[in-house]
Design a protein around this ligand. Sequence first.
Ligand SMILES: Cc1ncc(COP(=O)(O)O)c(C=O)c1O
Length: 379
Amino acid sequence: MLTKADFLLRDDIHFLNHGSFGACPRELLDVQRSWQERLEHQPVLFHRELADLMQGARSAIADYLGAQPTDLVYVTNSTFGVSMAAAMIAPMLAPGEEVLTTDHEYGACLRAWRHHLQGTGAEIVEACLPLPAPSMDEIEELIWSSVTSRTRVLFLSHVTSPTAIRLPVENLCARARERGILTVIDGAHAPAHLPLHLHTLNADVYTGNFHKWMCTPKGSAFLWVHPSLHRAVQPLIVSWGNLIPTAGDGSFVDDVEYLGTRDVSPFLTVPEALQWMHRNEWDLVQMEARDLRDYGMHMLLRKGLAACSDWRADELQMGAVLLPSSTDVQWLKNELYNTHRIEVVVHRVFDHAVLRFSTHAHTSKGDLDALSMALNRLL
Ligand SMILES: Cc1ncc(COP(=O)(O)O)c(C=O)c1O
């Protein structure tokens, strides 16, 4: 079984914030390093072989995600993927039309939408999700009740960043497609965390990170675009595009994925990460992590704190609770880190003070017990 010793994480820190930037095991960093060395042994040969290598890497991950390899590209991160989506869709929108989202979205991704919508006259509308959030069914109705005749796009996180709420994207994508509303899903937290089958989900755009829950080296993510929209995709950074065909079967992959001389080692490591997950019985890794998440939630609820969401149904490895609203979040975060050596998210979401923790293969009960004891002293 994987343990903290398989990662480079410091022994003196209780690391309960996998959700923000992931953590990469030694084994996958070694794989990445071997790709980098292979390049440096003969850089010109490596670039000659690159198209085939990338095609192999795309096929492997497409298979895992239930997608066609021609419908997805490797990108650096989900922020990049959402920016691509916003850049593609914004010119399709007329003044007064709306991008419907929630008020729990990731800030940088909302900024991307605002940036690309400038000058279009289209607007962002945020459906308000109350805290504590209701059940998934109620969230679905709450978001859907904000759809109007002006709604052209639904932009949602699969799992929200500030509050670790799983949104019912499956049902909402299906309802949106029936109404002719485009769907863009920010799945930064989904790969290797939640079941994900892109063909079945049938969104218009889906982007997700491998460097979070799949534990790959930083800078590995994907962007999936429905075939009906491939022609509309515009590269954010213009490189050789189709002049140096890589996929050999369509401008979407060629236009977006190849960006000249950049480090592709995080992408090429992904197929080996899939094998690493398989070797380490990922189902069991996840089951243990979810048990630890439940252990942590019960511990926090026993302190009288309220869960941010209907967590018993969500099968996540992240949990979030509401702290007393008078909590000085910066002070608490500093105390937890500086005095108790606990890395955990403590931040303000609207009027609420929220604590979000994550569990993964490197987490132990001891990490959660340390959090419990620290909160007994600090709250
Ligand atoms: C929902 C969500 N979207 C996007 C991101 C951004 O991820 P990245 O920095 O890898 O683009 C995050 C990061 O935590 C996130 O939680």
